[in-house]
Structure formats: C-alpha cells, structure tokens
Design a protein around this ligand. Sequence first.
Ligand SMILES: CC(C)(COP(=O)(O)OP(=O)(O)OC[C@H]1O[C@@H](n2cnc3c(N)ncnc32)[C@H](O)[C@@H]1OP(=O)(O)O)[C@@H](O)C(=O)NCCC(=O)NCCS
Length: 155
Amino acid sequence: MRIRAGRESDWRHVARGNAEAAWLSFAPRYVPAIPVSTFKARARRFDLRLRADGAARRALFIAEDELGYAGHVWLEERGDPCSLERYTVVLTLYVTRRARGHGTGRRLLRQAYRWGRRSGHARVQLSVAPHNATALALYRSEGFETFLYSQTRPL
Ligand SMILES: CC(C)(COP(=O)(O)OP(=O)(O)OC[C@H]1O[C@@H](n2cnc3c(N)ncnc32)[C@H](O)[C@@H]1OP(=O)(O)O)[C@@H](O)C(=O)NCCC(=O)NCCS
C-alpha cells in the first residue's frame, strides 16, 4: 500500500467514493428521501463544480495497492474570518470495501495531517454522521474531539 498525490485520471474513482461517502451521511429521516442514483448523480455534479472553483486550496491523496485505487482523502484549506486562523478540512475520506480494515483510512488521515502541517495549519477538522460508527471509532482513536454539534428539527 502506498499513498501518492492524486492525478486527473484518479477522478473517476474519487468521484464514485465521494458520492458513496456522501450517501452514507444522507439522512432521509430529516430531508426528502430520493433514489440513491439521483443522489449520487447530483453528488458528482457538485464535485465537478467544486473542482472547477479555484478559489480554495485543495489537495487529493490516493491510496494504491497491487489492485490499484484503494481509497483517497480530499482536503481543503479554510480560513476563519474572525480569528483569521487557517486550518485543514477533510472533505472526504474514503476506502474501497476490499481495502477496509487494514489501516488505509488511518494512513490517509495521517497524510492529511502532513499536508496541513506543511501548509502551516495547527488543526484539522471534519464532519461525520452520528451513525457512522466505523469512522467515529477511527477519528476517536486518532485524537479527534467533538467541536460543534449540528442540530435540526422539523418546521
Ligand atoms: C471509515 C473508513 C475510511 C475507515 O477506513 P479503513 O481503512 O477501514 O480504516 P482502518 O483500517 O485504518 O481502521 C482504523 C480504525 O477504524 C476503526 N474501524 C475500522 N473498521 C471498523 C469496523 N468495521 N468497526 C468498528 N471500527 C472500525 C478502528 O478503530 C480501527 O482501528 P484498529 O484497526 O486499530 O482497531 C472506511 O470504512 C470507509 O471508507 N467508509 C465509507 C466512507 C466513510 O464513512 N468515510 C468517512 C466519512 S466521515
């Protein structure tokens, strides 16, 4: 398993992983339920728009094994308008099903820390759905703490 910088040709895998990860966070209990295919098609279009928008600094790293693409981490630099702090945001962390449970997710996260430190950031932030027990266990074991709760209620 090796981690390398992402290339344009990786995007067919990355877009699929991003859509899958977004679907896992989707909460039809709170928002209108739509077919998975519609959801993923929209997620891919959203990705395309984000990639075309050069306003933010982003980075993509790919995990690769003997079978090829095994996962990725997609990162963005954000800034707080009040404190002026710059920090790393994990937009997506994704590992293919076949590669899960072998430390790939952890290695990709650690690559995110390296990118953040090289960028002069002191902190990394991400969002995770409360039902994603696997990701929560990984983040907890890596020292992540809850920073903000996102709350909702029907109107
Ligand atoms: C979450 C995800 C990235 C983890 O990747 P992974 O390569 O399987 O994770 P690792 O092998 O590095 O495991 C690291 C830790 O995660 C936790 N973990 C991994 N698989 C787990 C499972 N099936 N159940 C519970 N915890 C699990 C453990 O704490 C593990 O540490 P340990 O091996 O020392 O016990 C992967 O499951 C995934 O891509 N899921 C779908 C997309 C997603 O949920 N992304 C995150 C959105 S916020």
